[in-house]
Design a protein around this ligand. Structure first.
Ligand code: GLA
Length: 527
């Protein structure tokens, strides 16, 4: 596998020079974190044995690298404000643990809070009160990354909440302290934000990855909820910055079908993959899943994209993304059955933008077959099938609003910014509401591909009870203003047509109404 990864990296390097759309950035973090299994019961021995296991199991060879220490290693601060370590748990200090990890060829991750106290301290235990980064941003970064030599940090927000900090200001301050220390160290430091909800598009400017939901736990219901909460925020993963769906629960109590869905969706959505089980007792089926090279290739793909829903039947979702090259021949496809019953569905290859004969590689059975028009897929309850497909592409016609990039989207404040909502009346069951009323509260499809420069008919599916205006911009230029749009209801969708000039290759199409609320948008169709 090591060789495969190297070969892929070499190949990626060659393609990089050929492919103008591909950029060079770090793929999602692959590693392990202490919290899910050990919670506050961490010690030097626990961490070092896990690092050993990452190597001896072959996980390291498959690409997993980070050994992340989560909450629970401090013992307050001394009178100079210097962090004190719990020496019963870590008798040789934190630097010794990082050194041990590094000697194994791995990288080391540490944990803190944006505010004063850690989550695990319950805001009252002296060991974890006042150990957060607030007021110590630069000093603690120096301790973590220079004195102790860690390479990764997860920054939680329990203390931030306690101090009522503004997340954007505080995480930006921390990112500057990290960047300053990284410069001094001459090495990249990976910054993971843990704010338990999508923070807003500003997060891509300051962090490598960010948690999008509350804490995962070792149960199918939790995994299913996290998947559902991530379905319509795939546009915010990109450019080397990733939605983090939380540390994984593979290798604990879920069954094989559930573990497959967990792994397949985390992989196709380009989430960091942080193993959360005890790697010293990992069963073979979970190890095989975690090291499945085809799923890891999806996750580490150099485009680093999220994977929007392309087909939906009840609780069966088909999600897909381009691999290696935007609008190229290769796509990753996962068919997930989140329902409690076995299902068989027909996956429409034209919805996956393929035409003619398609090579379909099954990531679990390793079977390859050729298909045309559609494939029948059996998916057991809670299970998934994962495919790498290759074939000639068609121009994409349908762009769903719920997969677009919403400039002001966030899940933290109650501000009524544009957001996806579900109704069976909308195409694929979802649309975008609360658009407009501000210059920035817009919706944008960033990669609208057309084969030739020219005029295209674009039909817009919209709904609004009252009369509303919609402005359409192409490549940042206002092209059309439609006024007095109404369908008499906020979820009865209707179509309005415009002609837009698009240039060969990738375009952006933006919808907004800066002066007042815009109509709800379901999707657009380009012909
Ligand atoms: C929060 C985080 C978890 C974990 C704990 C530690 O709940 O979301 O991932 O880090 O804190 O206390």
């Amino acid at each position: 596998m090591k060789h495969t990864v190297r070969a892929a990296a070499l190949l990626a390097g060659c393609l990089f020079t050929l492919n103008l759309h591909a950029q060079k950035f770090d793929p999602p973090t692959l590693g392990w974190s202490s919290w899910n299994t050990f919670a506050l019961n961490i010690t030097e021995d626990v961490i070092c044995r896990q690092a050993d296991a990452m190597v001896s199991t072959g996980l390291a060879r498959a690409g997993y690298k980070n050994i992340n220490i989560d909450d629970g290693y401090w013992n307050g601060r001394d009178s100079n404000g210097q962090l004190r370590i719990n020496t019963q748990k870590f008798p040789n200090g934190m630097r010794a643990v990082a050194d041990y990890i590094h000697k194994l060829g791995l990288t080391a991750g540490i944990y803190s809070d944006a505010g004063d106290n850690t989550c695990g301290s319950g805001q009252k235990e002296p060991w974890g009160c006042g150990v957060g980064l607030a007021g110590y941003e630069e000093a603690d970064c120096h301790t973590y990354f220079i004195d102790w030599d860690y390479d990764f940090i997860k920054v939680d927000f329990c203390g931030g909440n306690h101090m009522r900090l503004d997340e954007r200001l505080q995480y930006t301050k921390i990112s500057k302290a990290i960047a300053k220390t990284a410069k001094e160290k001459g090495k990249k430091i990976t910054f993971n934000v843990c704010r338990w909800a999508y923070p807003g598009t500003w997060i891509s400017d300051i962090a490598d990855s960010w948690r999008t939901t509350g804490d995962i736990y070792d149960d199918w219901k939790s995994v299913k909820n996290i998947i559902k909460e991530n379905l319509y925020i795939q546009a915010y993963t990109g450019g080397g910055h990733y939605n983090d769906m939380d540390m994984m629960e593979i290798g604990r109590s879920m069954n094989e079908n559930e573990e497959r869905t967990h792994m397949a969706y985390w992989c196709i959505a380009s989430s960091p993959l942080l193993i959360g089980c005890d790697m010293t007792t990992l069963r073979q089926s979970s190890l095989d899943l975690l090291t499945n090279p085809h799923l890891l290739a999806m996750n580490q793909d150099k485009l680093g994209l999220g994977a929007p829903v392309v087909q939906r039947e009840g609780e069966v979702y088909v999600v897909a993304k381009d691999m290696e090259k935007l609008q190229g021949k290769k796509r990753a496809v996962v068919v997930m059955n989140l329902s409690d019953e076995d299902k068989t569905i027909t996956v429409d290859l034209s919805k996956l933008e393929f035409k003619g004969v398609v090579s379909v590689f099954d990531c679990f059975t390793q079977n390859r077959e050729r298909a045309e028009e559609s494939i029948r897929v059996f998916i057991p309850a809670h299970g998934s099938q994962a495919f790498l497909m290759e074939g000639n592409r068609t121009m994409r016609h349908l762009y769903e609003a719920e997969e677009a990039w919403l400039r002001e989207y966030q899940e933290i404040s109650g501000r009524p910014t544009a957001h996806p909502a579900e109704t069976s009346q909308a195409s694929k069951g979802a649309y975008v509401t609360s658009l407009g009323n501000s210059r920035l509260n817009y919706l944008e499809w960033k990669n609208v591909y057309v084969p030739y420069t020219g005029y295209y008919d674009v039909s817009i599916h919209y709904a609004c009870a009252d009369k509303r205006t919609l402005e359409i911009s192409v490549n940042n230029k206002l092209e059309s203003t439609l006024s007095s749009l109404t369908t008499g209801s906020d979820i009865d969708f209707n179509t309005v047509n415009v002609t837009l000039k698009l240039k060969k290759g990738m375009n952006t199409i933006r919808l907004n109404n800066p002066a007042a609320p815009a109509p709800n948008i379901d999707c657009i169709n380009i012909r």
